[in-house]
Design a protein around this ligand. Structure first.
Ligand SMILES: [Fe+2]
Ligand SMILES: [Fe+2]
Length: 160
């Protein structure tokens, strides 16, 4: 996982994560730190393995998941959709970490698609990230569920 570790040590990546942590201080809802990215990575990878359709390397899946929310701080400041911002900020990080010119567009598309759960026309990676994003949160035991637009009472445990 050398290329993924390179992303995690990248000064820009670290500064984005720091900005998110700062801006989410006092946020009563789910936060978007490293632990969220890692959960999404593990679930998305398991989902893709189960589907038996893994076309991207494990490193590519982990990179996509760890970068899918890095634009959150921009959304907090400007209102711009963080999926788009995250893809934009991810590009130089992926290039600097030596991901290939074949893998980079797949990863960026997956990041762009991670909020479009119900579009029905997602790439496999976009679908995996969208599902993993939801499954990474324990909404059924969350104290904020009555205030959260994401919570639906019919939510069942989906195991990945
Ligand atoms: Fe997101
Ligand atoms: Fe997320």
């Amino acid at each position: 996982m050398a290329r993924v570790n390179q992303i995690l040590e990248n000064a820009d990546y670290l500064s984005y994560m720091e900005k998110i942590e700062d801006l989410e201080k006092g946020r009563p809802y789910c936060k978007h730190g490293f632990d969220h990215g890692l959960s999404v990575a593990r679930i998305a990878y398991a989902y893709l393995l189960e589907r038996g359709e893994l076309t991207l390397s494990k490193e590519g899946v982990y990179a996509a998941a760890l970068l899918h929310d890095i634009g959150r701080w921009v959304e907090y400041q400007t209102g711009e959709d963080h999926a788009e911002v995250s893809a934009r900020l991810a590009l130089p990080l992926l290039e600097e970490s030596n991901f290939s010119s074949e893998d980079i567009p797949v990863i960026l598309t997956g990041i762009r698609e991670h909020r479009r759960h119900h579009d029905g026309n997602l790439t496999l990676l976009g679908e995996a990230l969208a599902i993993a994003d939801d499954c990474s949160r324990d909404c059924r035991h969350c104290a904020m569920q009555t205030h959260c637009h994401k919570f639906k009472p019919e939510m069942k445990l989906i195991v990945y």
